[in-house]
Design a protein around this ligand. Structure first.
Ligand SMILES: Cc1ncc(COP(=O)(O)O)c(C=O)c1O
Length: 366
């Protein structure tokens, strides 16, 4: 029997929360307090607790969470930041926006995250930060990264945009480096109904400075201690996020169950995400790899299944970034970009949906 399986449907994903969202919106509307009020401070406390850290600062987006973390460190201009070559452009744009230099490192082809073995050879006297990205919902090898960071006295900023609640050996995303930078873009596992982001940290001084930096560099109204940004988490969105956070564990459990179905049902002719005993993955994205991607994508479309590609063009080949990476080759990252395909894995998908998608993929390869 033919089915229609969309890749994502945000209205449907949020349907179970409509009533609570509407109540929260009315409450904020009627409170008359729309910027940096009790919704933001309540959510910050709740999210810090979720991430097992002391502090959280709500900001306007995941991109700003990265930029503000970098600005907070007050690094000399053009300091080098080590970053995976396989990531969403925001991780690299943040480094460029903070007037720093991105140094790309190939991913590990098995995990698609930064290859820790290749980091040390890129460390120079100008290196100040390692910025691992926990792509698709799997933590980077933070144990290896923290060892290198300690050895070379480097800061670590975790890009946790795709990894709310992911763990390695019990340690949760955003609690391991100097900062964790989160996005609450609507498609994320913890998604708002618009843009939003947050920074997690255990350092009180950084926490206080970040609170000022997101608000024009001001601790006291009209006194500007730093050159900051206007990058505040919105009150209305913070209200929605507190509601969604209550269900995040349920959302993660559901996505992990769907991933397990894919893992069991899918043919070994595609490369599936790596499962490791010491990792708790949250499957923001379920990506398979095949060198017949475009044929497979069209075949699925014809059979009612929408898929997506994260991401079609590697950052170092993006037009706007040619001057930074001219002539550089990152063949592992390029191979991932050419072969990766993201399958439906939203909160509203059912086990039957996933079995149907798997069946269609298997029939393509038969
Ligand atoms: C890995 C990664 N980093 C950063 C971001 C930026 O987040 P935002 O869209 O909230 O600015 C994203 C969002 O898509 C992302 O996937």
């Amino acid at each position: 029997m033919n089915r229609s399986v969309p890749y994502e449907n945000l209205a449907k994903l949020n349907e179970p929360f409509y009533k609570e969202f509407k109540d929260s919106f009315s409450e904020t509307l009627e409170s008359g307090w729309y910027v940096l009020g009790k919704n933001v401070s309540t959510f910050e406390e709740e999210f810090a607790k979720f991430c097992e850290v002391k502090y959280c600062v709500g900001v306007a987006s995941g991109l700003d969470a990265l930029v503000l973390s970098l600005l907070c460190l007050e690094l000399p201009e053009n300091s080098e930041v080590i970053i995976p070559a396989n990531t969403y452009i925001a991780s690299i744009l943040a480094v460029v926006n903070a007037k720093l230099t991105p140094i790309l490192v190939e991913p590990d082809p098995k995990t698609c995250n930064i290859n820790v073995q290749l980091i040390e050879e890129k460390i120079t006297s100008k290196t100040k930060v390692i910025l691992p990205v926990h792509l698709y919902g799997k933590l980077s090898d933070m144990e290896g990264i923290m060892k290198l960071a300690d050895k070379h006295s480097l800061h670590v900023i975790e890009d946790c945009a795709q990894a709310h609640g992911a763990r390695q050996n019990g340690k949760i995303a955003g609690s391991i480096g100097t900062f964790g930078a989160f996005s609450f873009y609507p498609t994320k596992n913890l998604g708002a109904l618009g843009d939003g982001g947050a920074i997690t940290t255990n350092n009180e001084e950084h926490y206080k400075k970040l609170k000022a930096l997101r608000n024009y560099g001001s601790e006291i109204k009209y006194h500007n201690k730093y050159i900051g940004l206007n990058s505040r988490l919105d009150e209305v969105q913070a209200g929605f996020l507190s509601i969604k956070l209550k269900y995040l564990q349920q959302i993660t459990t559901h996505k992990r169950k769907l991933a397990e179905v894919y893992h069991k049902e899918l043919t070994d002719q595609v490369t599936k995400p790596l499962i490791q005993d010491d990792y708790f993955d949250v499957y923001h994205i379920y990506n398979i790899r095949t060198d017949r991607r475009s044929e497979l994508k069209s075949y699925l479309q014809k059979n009612g299944v929408n898929s997506d590609i994260h991401y079609p063009i590697p950052p170092h080949q993006q037009l706007g970034y040619q001057h930074l990476f001219d002539g550089l080759v990152f063949s592992v990252s390029e191979e991932i970009h050419e072969t990766t395909l993201s399958l439906p894995i939203s909160f509203f998908h059912t086990v039957e949906d996933i079995k149907y998608v798997s069946k269609m993929i298997n029939s393509f390869f038969e």
